[in-house]
Design a protein around this ligand. Structure first.
Ligand SMILES: Nc1ncnc2c1ncn2[C@@H]1O[C@H](COP(=O)(O)OP(=O)(O)OP(=O)(O)O)[C@@H](O)[C@H]1O
Length: 331
C-alpha cells in the first residue's frame, strides 16, 4: 500500500527540447465547469508568441497553470524540455503579471536590487545589474523614485526589469499593454523585440489584436477553453509580396518566370503567388517586366502579411455571434 502511495508518476510524454514552452493535454475544471478543455500549445525558442482569445476563454488559467500558480486538473507543462514545476525550469521563467504593486519604502533601483538579492544574487552585484537593466530600459533617471508614483507604462517596465533580474530565457506577460498609451505601448514592444532578438522567448497573453500584429512570430487562439488556431505570423518585416494574375491560367507561366529569376514561391493561391523579396522596388520591376514579356497580365502586386484580426474574426467571431466583431478589439 505504502509502496503504491510513493510510486513515482510514470510520464509517458516525451518533451520536445526544441520548444521553449510545451503544454500537453491540459484541462482545468473549476468544480463542474471546464475552463480549459484538453489543449496543446507549443512555443518555439526565440519567438514572440501571442496567446489570444476573448474574455473568459482560459488564457490566464493556462498561464497560471504553466507557472504553477494554480493546479491543473490534467496535463503536462514543460519549459525548455524540463518539467515546468522543477527548480531548474522555474529559474528560466520570468512572469510579468497584469497589475503592478510595489513596496512603498523602496526606490526603483533598490527595489530591483532587493528582488535580485531575494533570488540569490549578492546585493552589490544585484544593484549593478539593476542599474544596467534600468539603463537598457531607459528608466535610469527614475532610479531614485518609488515605482508606485510611476505611470502605467513605467510600472510595466519596472515589472519587466524585475523579471529580467533573473536572466530568464522565457518571459511570460499577461496583458502587457493594457492601459498603456500608444507611445508607452510602442516603447514596451520595442523592448520586447530587443529581448527576442537577444534569444529570449516571449509569451504574450492578450485579447488586443493590434498589440500582436507587428510583433508576434506565432499565435495561438483560444475560444471557450479550446485551441481554435495555431500558426506562424508573417509581418511587414518579412518582405513577402503577393503577385496576382488576371486569369488563373496565367499562373503556371508566371511561376516559371519567378523560378527562372531565382525566387522561391512561399505560398500559392488560385490566382496568385507569394514570394519573398529583398530589394523590393527593383525586384518588383524585374518580375513585372518578365511577366509583361510573356504576356502575363498582373492585376495586383501587394505586401503579404498575416492579418490576425481576420483570422480571429474567422475562428472566433464566426463561431460566437454574440461576442461582437473582433475588429472591435483593435485599438
Ligand atoms: N478561480 C476560479 N473559479 C471559478 N471559475 C474560474 C476561476 N478562475 C477562472 N474561472 C473561469 O474560467 C474561465 C476562464 O477564465 P480566464 O481568467 O482564464 O480567462 P481569460 O481568457 O484570461 O479572460 P480575460 O481575457 O478576461 O482575462 C472563465 O469563465 C472564468 O470565469
Amino acid at each position: 500500500m505504502m509502496k503504491a502511495l510513493f510510486k513515482k508518476k510514470v510520464n509517458n510524454i516525451n518533451p520536445n527540447p526544441e520548444l521553449a514552452i510545451e503544454i500537453k493535454n491540459f484541462t482545468k475544471k473549476f468544480k463542474k465547469f471546464t475552463a480549459v478543455d484538453n489543449i496543446n500549445i507549443s512555443v518555439k525558442k526565440g519567438k514572440i508568441h501571442g496567446f489570444i482569445g476573448p474574455n473568459g476563454s482560459g488564457k490566464t488559467t493556462t498561464i497560471k497553470s504553466l507557472i504553477g500558480a494554480i493546479i491543473a486538473t490534467n496535463g503536462e507543462f514543460y519549459i525548455n524540455g524540463l518539467e515546468a514545476t522543477s527548480v531548474d525550469a522555474k529559474k528560466t521563467i520570468g512572469y510579468i503579471p497584469e497589475n503592478a504593486r510595489f513596496p512603498k519604502h523602496l526606490k526603483s533601483l533598490e527595489y530591483l536590487a532587493e528582488m535580485g538579492y531575494l533570488r540569490g544574487i549578492p546585493y552589490k552585484e544585484a544593484k549593478a545589474k539593476a542599474r544596467k537593466i534600468l539603463v537598457s530600459l531607459n528608466l535610469i533617471k527614475f532610479k531614485s523614485k518609488n515605482p508606485n508614483t510611476f505611470s502605467s507604462g513605467m510600472k510595466k517596465k519596472i515589472l519587466l526589469a524585475q523579471a529580467l533580474m533573473a536572466d530568464p530565457e522565457v518571459l511570460i506577460l499577461d496583458e502587457p499593454a493594457a492601459n498603456l498609451d500608444p507611445t508607452a505601448r510602442q516603447e514596451l514592444f520595442n523592448d520586447l523585440i530587443k529581448l527576442r532578438d537577444q534569444g529570449k522567448t516571449i509569451l504574450i497573453c492578450s485579447h488586443i489584436l493590434s498589440e500582436l500584429q507587428d510583433i508576434a512570430d506565432e499565435i495561438t487562439i483560444l475560444n471557450y477553453g479550446k485551441v481554435v488556431y495555431y500558426g506562424e505570423v508573417i509581418n511587414a518585416s518579412h518582405n513577402y509580396f503577393q503577385f496576382t494574375v488576371m486569369e488563373p491560367e496565367m499562373l503556371e507561366k508566371l511561376g516559371q518566370e519567378i523560378k527562372k529569376l531565382g525566387y522561391e514561391i512561399i505560398h500559392q493561391f488560385a490566382d496568385s503567388y507569394v514570394i519573398k523579396l529583398n530589394d523590393t522596388k527593383n525586384e518588383i520591376k524585374r518580375i513585372a517586366f518578365a511577366a509583361f514579356e510573356q504576356k502575363i497580365i498582373l492585376i495586383g502586386i501587394q505586401p503579404y502579411f498575416t492579418n490576425i484580426t481576420k483570422i480571429y474574426d474567422d475562428v472566433v467571431f464566426s463561431n460566437n455571434k454574440n461576442f461582437g466583431q473582433a475588429s472591435a478589439l483593435v485599438s
